[in-house]
Design a protein around this ligand. Structure first.
Ligand SMILES: Nc1ncnc2c1ncn2[C@@H]1O[C@H](COP(=O)(O)OP(=O)(O)OP(=O)(O)O)[C@@H](O)[C@H]1O
Length: 749
């Protein structure tokens, strides 16, 4: 709690009650994550556990586990997407604003005057003017390995790259580092930059402004390292005041003392290098009018351009990279070029479903001063007006794009092809439609349009989860433009801006809940990724076990090989496995493929498998999920059917090459590992279920989270089935070995 707030609070006699809608910072959440950390350690996955004491940091970013990149990105975003169901519904009242106002005019002073939507001349329809398809291959010798983005380094997190300093400044910059260490650390940090979080949610609290101070409004927000508490004043029925506390945890919380430089360092700086790696990155600000979105967003593009140019002139010198700047706004559902006299623009999709903004002026730049001028020019041209909360309020969504392009095969005569793109989106204030202080019709229509587009954004992300084949990107111009942020190899940083004042409490809570839903979804996805890791480890153990016994059976493995193999296996539980193994959705099939060749299994009794029927996860009637326990099935597995017939293995070879004791040790280790992994998978699945229950509890009517939860449940069931199948086979395999006197003693499991 800051001092000012402490003083002001002392005038009131308030009772504190804890909030019912807090995020995963609550007791359960903490315990859950601590528990999570414990089993990570026990599983040899402690490298995945962040040293940060904050509970939310125990779980590293999603991209570490291939939920991102390649085909995984969609999955994570779908999870992330449904988090937004708390987002306020759009205003029913909507009619399209007739005109974009000119810059810096109060809404009451605006005049009509823009043309109709059909006024584009065919000459503008140049689909190649903004080719958003990225260059298919980009190899920069001696620098990034292009593949690293698609096989991100695991166990490295965003936070690893920049040690987080949990103090009042909350800068995240290690002491002694130069202000811009980008270049110095560039090559050394290439692995780190490739592990930049796919989605990062940062909250920025602004200081109380003069108006709020004049009204004696209190600062009701306490910030901690990556969490914050909102103290909401409420009245009891007997009209006595009490405070309800709402706690939230995010990737980072930046308080009122944090400078714009530090905001840049925390949000955009880490993603700058990766746009040279065929990545489309987006940073957007969200929050109520007057909360500081423009203040936060405005300096970021210039700082980013500076770093991009440094990289181009040094690290990527003579590589043919070029930087292009464009700046446009979406106002009243229409696009206007802010660098070309507010020329109306038109959006088209090309044959490859790439969104092209026809006629958008892009400036090739290589000088920071020119970029600065362009940004200032565009900002001055942006539609602004006056709202109850902000005299100089942005009435549009402004999008500034920094595109990196490169000549194909060094051929300067051909137009350069895009390599990566960094978009900065300053969204219009989130509560406009509901702002009753704005009584003029124009302002209300703007508000309705803004709400409509923000609602479309929510719908779009939700659809990513529910309907793979159709995402309503076309619901608004905003979502069409943001499409790049949702698909393919992308990075997104969401900065939620909040006002600290008691008068803005409701809006602030809305903004934080919106951001919090993102965080919860990310957290669910992270748990699932652990589940995936554990399953992978489990399968790898079995495969390795099988191949070693098989090689023993052929008599072509020395004792040394076997022991080395065991060592490797143990190590393999602490390193990424997805490069070797299938992803969750297919692992079962692949595991089947990897089992002994068919001839070894020809005589396998199918009825045996039936007896190990999968336990179905239990859905309670109230929609909650019960913890899932594999132990019943495990009992069955321990009693293999005596009827089982296996084709004989050449036991003579085994006996000749190795002592029974060696094999016993080996197999015992195998079983221990397998059992440890099974337990982890069980625990992880329970954690995921707990998370899902939290989500369901926090859900509001009509948000259709049920579908999402059911889908998660299906994934878990599939995993559970796969695990049982593998255990089943392990049991058969052990029995087979016993029958052939390979395994002398039982593990007792
Ligand atoms: N962190 C901050 N430190 C100091 N002043 C700030 C900060 N954030 C915002 N302000 C000031 O608060 C006022 C409103 O900020 P800003 O215009 O960025 O809000 P906004 O969220 O973009 O509003 P709108 O949605 O209406 O455009 C401005 O005068 C700005 O200078």
């Amino acid at each position: 709690m800051n001092n000012g707030m402490g003083r002001q609070r002392s005038h009131h006699q308030r009772q504190y009650s804890s909030s019912d809608n807090n995020s995963n910072s609550n007791g359960n959440g903490n315990e859950m994550f601590l528990e999570n950390g414990r089993w990570l350690q026990s599983a040899g996955l402690q490298h995945l556990q962040n040293n940060n004491s904050s509970s939310s940091c125990i779980i590293p970013p999603l991209q570490d586990y291939n939920l991102y990149g390649g085909g995984g990105g969609g999955q994570a975003l779908r999870m992330y997407g449904n988090a937004q169901s708390s987002f306020s519904r759009g205003n029913e009242f909507y009619s399209e604003p007739t005109t974009p106002p000119v810059s810096s005019r109060a809404s009451s002073q605006r005049k009509n005057g823009e043309g109709s939507p059909n006024e584009f001349s065919p000459g503008l329809l140049d689909l190649h003017s903004f080719d958003t398809e990225l260059l298919p291959e980009l190899q920069v010798p001696g620098l990034y390995d292009g593949s690293s983005l698609f096989h991100p380094v695991r166990g490295r997190s965003f936070d690893d790259s920049y040690p987080y300093i949990s103090n009042n400044k909350q800068t995240g910059r290690a002491p002694g580092l130069p202000d811009n260490n980008l270049l110095k650390s560039f090559v050394a940090d290439k692995e780190k930059t490739s592990s930049v979080a796919k989605i990062k949610v940062v909250v920025r609290k602004r200081p109380l402004n003069k108006k709020e101070l004049a009204k004696n409004e209190e600062d009701i927000i306490d910030t901690h390292s990556n969490s914050l508490t909102v103290h909401e004043t409420k009245l009891k029925v007997d009209l006595t005041e009490y405070i309800e506390k709402h706690e939230f945890v995010f990737d980072a919380v930046l308080n009122e003392e944090v400078s714009n430089d530090e905001v840049y360092h925390e949000t955009v700086e880490p993603i700058v290098p990766i746009i040279f790696q065929r990545t489309k990155a987006t940073c957007f600000a969200y929050g109520q009018t007057g909360s500081g979105k423009t203040y936060t967003m405005k300096p970021l593009p210039l700082k980013a351009s500076r770093d991009i140019l440094r990289l181009m002139h040094h690290t990527y010198r003579n590589q043919g990279f070029q930087l292009f700047v464009s700046f446009f706004e979406i106002y009243g559902g229409k696009l206007y070029d802010l660098l070309s006299d507010r020329k109306k623009l038109c959006m088209r999709e090309d044959g490859k479903q790439q969104v092209c903004i026809v006629g958008l002026q892009e400036y090739k730049v290589s000088d920071v001063e020119i970029i600065k001028d362009l940004i200032e020019k565009g900002s001055a041209t942006r539609s602004t007006g006056t709202t109850g909360a902000n005299e100089e309020s942005s009435r549009s969504h402004a999008i500034l794009q920094l595109a990196i392009k490169r000549s194909v095969d060094g051929n300067e005569s051909k137009p350069p092809r895009p390599v990566g793109k960094l978009s900065f989106i300053d969204l219009a204030g989130s509560e406009r439609g509901a702002d009753t202080t704005d009584n003029d019709k124009q302002t209300r229509m703007e508000g309705a349009e803004i709400n409509k587009s923000l609602l479309a954004l929510k719908e779009c992300i939700r659809a990513l989860d529910n309907d793979k084949s159709h995402i309503p990107f076309r619901g608004s111009k905003l979502t069409e433009v943001l499409r790049d942020s949702f698909v393919g190899n992308s990075r997104t940083v969401m900065i939620s801006c909040i006002s600290p004042s008691s008068g803005s409490c409701e809006h602030t809570l809305n903004t934080l809940r919106y951001a919090d839903r993102y965080m919860k979804m990310i957290s669910v996805a992270k748990c699932l990724s652990y589940d995936l890791i554990c399953c992978e480890s489990f399968i790898l153990n079995l495969l390795s076990f099988h191949s070693r016994v098989k090689s023993l059976s052929k008599g072509n493995a020395s004792k040394k090989d076997v022991l080395t193999s065991t060592l490797n296996l143990k190590e393999s539980t602490t390193v990424p496995l997805s490069s070797v193994l299938p992803v969750a959705s297919t692992f079962e099939d692949d595991a089947n493929d990897a089992w002994p060749e068919q001839d070894e299994r020809d005589d396998f009794d199918a009825s045996e498998e039936d007896s190990y029927e999968q336990e179905k996860p239990i859905w309670k009637e109230n929609g909650k999920l019960e913890p899932y326990n594999l132990s019943i099935s495990e009992d069955k597995i321990q009693k293999p059917n005596a009827q089982t017939k296996w084709r004989d293995m050449p036991k003579s070879n085994l006996k000749n090459s190795h002592s029974d004791n060696d094999l016993n040790v080996l197999l015992q280790e195998e079983e221990d590992l397998v059992n440890a992994h099974r337990k982890q998978v069980e625990e992880t699945m329970n954690i995921v279920r707990e998370e899902m229950n939290l989500l369901v509890e926090a859900d509001q009517p009509g948000n259709q989270l049920d579908g999402y939860v059911a889908r998660l449940n299906a994934i878990l069931s599939q995993k559970a089935a796969g695990i049982l199948l593998l255990q089943n086979r392990l049991a058969h395999f052990q029995k087979h070995l016993k029958e052939h006197n390979v395994l002398v003693t039982s593990s007792g499991n």
